[in-house]
Design a protein around this ligand. Structure first.
Ligand code: ZN
Length: 172
């Protein structure tokens, strides 16, 4: 018999158990916390929006909950609450660097956080390439896919990660 757990408080879109999977107890999706990315720094945009979303998967009476960080390419990584906070901290630090020296970011630092599947998430401030350019925060997933955020966009992204971490901790 399939065990059906109560939805978490953040469940916005509920997916019922898959009858073809005996142990599946349903899935839960939180509200997608979107950050529209400006064209100022986004150079490779299929759709210039990224988002953070809570996701829960029930299986055999227990639940795995994660925070999905999804780039405009739809490529994503799944983070624990602690990892989401670490990424948020790095994004804020990089935004601070861009805000302090928008025309000349010389400071180079990066953090490399690995999600539970060992996919890296890298964050670093990048200086302007020319006089008409501005500094931005680069978020790079799996060494391959990046999003380029202005200082303001980076701060919204960090807030979304922190909010999601709070929600995830509140029910566990
Ligand atoms: Zn639900």
């Amino acid at each position: 018999m399939t065990v059906v757990l109560a939805c978490p408080s953040w469940c916005d879109v509920h997916v019922n158990p898959d009858p073809t999977e005996p142990e599946h107890g349903g899935s839960h999706y939180g509200v997608a916390q979107r950050v529209p990315l400006s064209r100022e720094v986004t150079r490779r945009p299929p759709e210039p929006v990224m988002f953070v979303q809570l996701f829960g998967y029930d299986h055999a009476g227990s639940r795995d909950s994660m925070i999905d960080l999804v780039l405009p390419t739809k490529l994503h990584v799944e983070l624990t609450a602690a990892q989401a906070r670490a990424v948020a901290e790095a994004v804020i630090a990089a935004a601070d660097v861009c805000g302090a020296a928008p025309g000349a970011v010389s400071e180079k630092f990066g953090v490399d956080i690995h999600d539970p599947f060992d996919f890296p998430v890298q964050v670093q401030p990048v200086g302007p390439a020319g006089a008409d350019d501005i500094a931005y925060v680069e978020l790079l997933l799996r060494h391959r896919y990046s999003a380029e955020l202005t200082e303001a966009e980076a701060r919204i992204c960090a807030a979304n990660l922190l909010n999601s971490a709070e929600l995830l901790d509140a029910v566990e």
